[in-house]
Design a binder for this molecule. Structure first.
Ligand code: URA
Length: 241
């Protein structure tokens, strides 16, 4: 389900704001009836007309992107910083990221123009594993990593159990590389989890999203997901939600 003005905007007919005006002016019909409220939600099976002309939805597209550090997970930034869609200039569909990675986090990010798919993947009840590799300040003890695995209390509540693995330590630099697997998607969650055990994250990368990896991609590169991968992601999200 998507807001009517968003669907009109996605079809390339008008900006979101102009689409709202079209609705308020009574120029939009859904399944043959004029709709004048902005709260109306529609699905891909609803027939939408603007000034009597049926709109064609965009074909859904799905991409896997190796986000570099120093890029905002958004389609625009009022401070003029680089955003993820700057890497998709040749793609005409209005895509946006599925969830977000912090400005300073690199790694696997999905982008699509399919709102239902994005909502399904981002729904808090689905438990798709996301694997991160963190470089930490200091070397966490086994007990501290166990406390992350059990779930740790943050200001927005206790985290679900995570998996952690100490990959390497650098005693000279007093830092460690830790792999952590979580399925929640709270804001800055991994950074806050490591802060809570006294080992702030110096560098963070998302290496895996469910069964998807960054294999074959370099930073800043993109590939389209296969039909099969899209289907598998749907199954994965539905199974756990
Ligand atoms: N957790 C974080 O702290 N940052 C991210 O970008 C993703 C997960």
């Amino acid at each position: 389900m998507e807001r009517l003005q968003k669907v009109i905007a996605h079809a390339g007919i008008a900006s979101r704001r102009k689409a709202e005006e079209l609705i308020l002016e009574g120029r939009v019909k859904v399944n043959g009836s004029v709709v004048k409220e902005l709260g109306r939600k529609v699905t891909s099976s609803d027939r939408i007309e603007v000034d009597g002309v049926q709109i064609e939805g965009e074909e859904p597209v799905y991409f896997l992107f190796y986000k570099p550090r120093g890029v905002i997970s958004s389609v625009q930034d009022d401070k003029g910083r680089k955003v993820v869609t700057d890497f998709f200039e040749t793609i005409k569909e209005r895509i946006y990221p599925v969830g977000r990675l912090d400005y300073d986090t690199s790694g696997l990010l999905l982008l699509t123009n399919d709102g239902e798919f994005a909502n399904l993947l981002m729904h808090p009840s689905n438990e798709i594993d996301k694997v991160y590799v963190a470089k930490t300040k200091g070397i966490p003890t086994r007990e501290k990593l166990t406390s992350l695995s059990r779930g740790i209390v943050l200001e927005d509540g206790k985290t679900a159990p995570a998996k952690t693995k100490l990959l390497s330590v650098d005693k000279k630099k007093d830092s460690a590389i830790v792999e952590i697997t979580i399925h929640e998607g709270r804001n800055r969650q991994v950074r806050r989890m490591f802060e809570a055990i006294g080992h702030p994250v110096l560098k963070l990368k998302r290496e895996r999203y469910g069964f998807l990896t960054l294999n074959g991609l370099r930073t800043g590169e993109i590939r389209e997901l296969t039909h099969h991968e899209v289907k598998q992601l749907r199954v994965l999200a539905m199974k756990k939600s």
